[in-house]
Design a protein around this ligand. Sequence first.
Ligand code: SF4
Ligand code: SF4
Ligand code: SF4
Ligand code: FES
Length: 944
Amino acid sequence: MNKTRQDDLGTPASQATDTVRVEIDGLPAEVLAGTSILRAARESGVDIPKLCATDSLQPFGSCRLCLVEVEGRKGYPASCTTPVEDGMKIRTQTNQLSKLRRNVMELYISDHPLDCLTCSANGDCELQDMAGAVGLRDVRYGFDGENHLDAPVDASNPYFQFDASKCIVCSRCVRACDEVQGTFALTIEGRGFKSKVSAGISEDFLDSECVSCGACVQACPTATLMEKSIVDHGQPDHKVVTTCAYCGVGCSFQAEMKGDQVVRMTPWKDGEANHGHSCVKGRFAWGYASHRDRVMKPMIRDNTSDPWREVEWDEAIQYTARRFKEIQAAHGRKSVGGITSSRCTNEEVYVVQKLVRAAFGNNNVDTCARVCHSPTGYGLKTTLGTSAGTQPFDSVMDADVIVVIGANPTEGHPVFASQMKRRLREGARLIVVDPREIGLVKSPHIEAEYHLPLLPGTNVPIINAFAHVIVSEGLADESYVAERCDLESWESWKAMILRPENSPEAVAEVSGVDAETIRAAARLYGNAGNGAIYYGLGVTEHSQGSTMVMGMANLAMATGNIGRSGVGVNPLRGQNNVQGSCDMGSFPHELAGYRPVSEDKVRTQFEQHWGVTIDPEPGYRIPNMFDAAIAGEFRGMYIQGEDVAQSDPNTIHVEAALSSVECLVVQDLFLNETAKFAHVFLPGTSFLEKNGTFINAERRINRVRKVMEPQQGKDEWLITQELAQALGYDMNYSSAAEIMDEIAELTPTFENVSFDFLDEVGSVQWPCNDNAPMGTPIMHVDAFVRGKGLFVETDYVPTEERTNRKFPLLLTTGRILSQYNVGAQTRRTDNNIWYGEDLLEVHPSDAETRGIKDDMLVSLASRKGDITLRAKITTRVKPGVVYTTFHNPETGANVVTTEYSDWATNCPEYKVTAVQIAPASHRSQWQEEFAARAEAQERLAEAD
Ligand code: SF4
Ligand code: SF4
Ligand code: SF4
Ligand code: FES
């Protein structure tokens, strides 16, 4: 059998808790009640041949290969669809069974190309294995009769092909698409001999509803659905389990290797976050790691108008250290700082914040979480006591009512979305609060009971109105509140929430959602046995982001929806390690584990370990760094794996700041937009080249494992360490594991974590310490971490960004499934086939009044700047609202966004910008300048 294939027990595990005793081929076995005979046998070490069954799907019973004999029963039941019963005596191997199975296999093989030796699935084909397992030697029927051997190959999908000639119509692919992914893209068309798998009437895979998650490919037991990378490179010979480097779901994968080349990424069945499922990004879009654009040598230049000069690592590090020392000597200790990356491992992030604190000697360190989930940290810590979500993903399977606010899980967090959709198909009820009609509102077998298409910027009034209904209609869980919450804050919050301006009727005017819908949705949540809230950047990226996070926490506490499975307040984190980069002490006011740098006791602990004095004054946040750079006070910047020139708001302001920096160091895989302003480029490593950990949205610490050596010659943590040494601070780790050991020693919530421990248990959710040696899946179970849950008054203070006659529309931004964040990775993959450029969604009525047609070039102007992009006319947005993504640098979506930000954390208000749109004939001035700059950089590179 193939060396990388994962165990398959045939049918899903039984959910029962009681066991039954059976006898399999004369040997006793004890298994969970409800287990199939097929699985019971496999668990006991007896392999029954099978084809249509697999343990990720409900049994189907179509192939008749898994027949067994059961004492006292007539006939030959299919073992995959027959559950065990107490006392059952089963025989899996008899002459009659062998004959029956051989006959079944003979029929399959008689309509199958006998090209096993040259087939790309050779060695990893269940059909081939089963032919061997049943001892099939001859096929009595020739190929003269009707067959499917000339059926065409559909190679339209960039990542996998469908070779219909090899299909045995077991329908595992169809069931995987339905049950696991929830897209319902495939059907079995026709009957009998004519039955075949179809991706839509006369459609190929590319034009169908398929979202390329790969579940069908994984489920297919033959070479019919096959990764093109395997067709091209052959079967893998070894595997390494690691973690996806894209979103905050944190899916576990087997990197399957042939020599030192990755040939396939297969979702790992034992991964606690994904249970063997994947999305197109993690499963297929890993080619960027070996893209020709990757920079493999360090580069320096004195001025950004000079060509880059490739140098050895030592020269690059000494050069950086010298320039940072010169800047600090001339402008003071606080004139330099750094930004950590939520795409890097915890260990890499930890050493960068340590570099800033111990070697730069200040707290000028911030992280890109500043611009996405910083309000989550602030809001949840203030109300509940912990800067993180409350639940594991699996908790959604116990939810009765699911509220999705400002998140688009099917695009942003696809694997979790599939799990959520499974629960919704089982009967959970859904409320969606989003200005757009996101995919969850209506998709196959799912329909939101209430969609509240609120105006961007009005989350807080909506959540206050929910609370108003719950309190005024007696739906609050008074005994929960009395037992677990701070009663003084409860009373004052109630008084606030009952004020007339928080009634659904008043809020309807502000939000554009009618009062009855608000009231009905609030009642649905208020009456839920288990009500769970999931939210994303549509909550946090507002000037009231922190207020809204606290508003949701208030609501959950008031209804008793925190502290058990099926409930909670759950941030869906954007990047793979947003949670971790915050946990690691990347904020200017906090050391690892969210402990204030201003507290003597906290500082002393780190000072003793690090052997330095730590500045008690918090440092600059990212926006302060930019402002200080323009003011000439901040002159040296070390940016780890972030492209602030593309991702941060008000691009023109950011570019001005970056241009003002005397020494800008960029550590990244590619020469990104920020690198155009840089003086030092330190090539980074892809996730395939790292040892370390990522922490996902559930606080789950997952191992990232090296599947190949760093392609540019150096571990990323080592680059930072050598820079620290060159600056005179003796940072001295010998491995990433040692860095985690220090994190664990200095961070109470990580006390028991080590690479060895994670390798042993798989993954663990923090806090993981002596109080919770195996981690903490659900937070706040008996009491809130802060003691009593704190209700915080959430008065609505509207953003200062207002529409007017000049800018009458509201722009909101988001992302789509196939692209990721600034697109640095996904744009360097075949994912571009689905979304090659940022489009502007416009409602038909707004388009018509401006003479805008589908696909037309339009200008998008705000008070900050203007860009042009193509229009997509759609009713997904409501009148008065337009929407775009920010995946392509040449679009410059953030040229138009403003510097308004969350009052508590400075998280930018990406989601609300007043704009005007009009037909356009040419690129905007900024886009012209961008193109000119790109050309100039190219010329410099050529001159080099
Ligand atoms: S494509 Fe594969 S999984 Fe689907 S029916 Fe054919 S053989 Fe079965
Ligand atoms: S790749 Fe995913 S979405 Fe596409 S057909 Fe297969 S299971 Fe369905
Ligand atoms: S859902 Fe997120 S973590 Fe999982 S494979 Fe997709 S991008 Fe990776
Ligand atoms: S595996 Fe049981 S009928 Fe196919």
